[in-house]
Design a protein around this ligand. Structure first.
Ligand SMILES: C[S@@+](CC[C@H](N)C(=O)[O-])C[C@H]1O[C@@H](n2cnc3c(N)ncnc32)[C@H](O)[C@@H]1O
Length: 203
């Protein structure tokens, strides 16, 4: 069995620019989010936020209710220190596959988390989205594309097409749009991503 990725150790010991997923500007996330909702009047959750600058970008756009979830305390501490004290930001250290959200959000964003999940974790992840995304709310998910990397942080990942991601969430979510995006890592290599936006149907 493959060992899980030691996320906490990674964030404790490595500089941000040495992480393949590092971005100075959270694209296409911010573009996809602003095409979908008005951040200044939406509750937004970023799953597996890491140290991403998406939190800064959303707070700068007036987001009144932003939750960031990650298994790594160190990563979320970095974000909190960087954005400063802000009552609009709720950091939660949790494994999304065992987490009970206890509320709903207008928009769920995940960049480069879902592709690490095996079948059982994926079922749990989907169950959490059913509870956490409000009727009419949205999922925006980015994973490695079929022509993207086969591994990340030394672990195999599952690569998805837009149709495969839409199929995963067909029970409850309707596809709105999809696109590809080539992420340039800090060392200059390209990683092909698939992005989908899905809308939660009313019960
Ligand atoms: C490849 S990084 C992407 C980080 C961030 N989304 C970004 O785009 O910069 C994956 C992130 O997901 C977090 N993560 C992995 N599995 C998770 C899980 N089951 N629940 C919550 N966070 C998880 C890791 O700690 C890490 O920060």
């Amino acid at each position: 069995m493959t060992e899980p990725v030691p996320w906490e150790a990674i964030y404790r010991t490595r500089d941000e620019p040495s992480l393949s997923w590092f971005q100075t500007a959270p694209e296409p996330s911010i573009q996809l989010i602003t095409e979908t909702v008005d951040p200044s009047s939406s509750s937004i959750i970023d799953i597996g936020a890491g140290t991403s600058r998406l939190a800064d970008a959303l707070l700068n756009r007036g987001c009144p209710d932003l939750t960031i979830v990650d298994v790594s305390t160190t990563a979320l501490d970095v974000v909190e220190r960087r954005v400063g004290k802000d009552d609009r930001l709720t950091p939660i250290v949790a494994d999304v596959t065992t987490w009970n959200p206890g509320r709903t959000f207008d928009l769920w964003h995940d960049r480069a988390v879902l592709h690490f999940l095996g079948d059982t974790e994926l079922d749990a992840y989907r169950a959490v989205t059913q509870r956490a995304v409000s009727a009419g709310g949205h999922l925006i998910i980015g994973t490695f594309a079929p022509d993207g990397p086969e591994t990340c942080s030394g672990r195999p990942v599952t690569r998805y097409s837009a149709a495969e991601l839409a199929d995963l969430f067909a029970d409850g979510f309707t596809p709105v749009s999809s696109r590809g995006h080539l992420h340039t890592t800090p060392n200059g290599s390209g990683q092909a991503f698939t992005w989908v936006t899905l809308r939660r149907r009313s019960a």
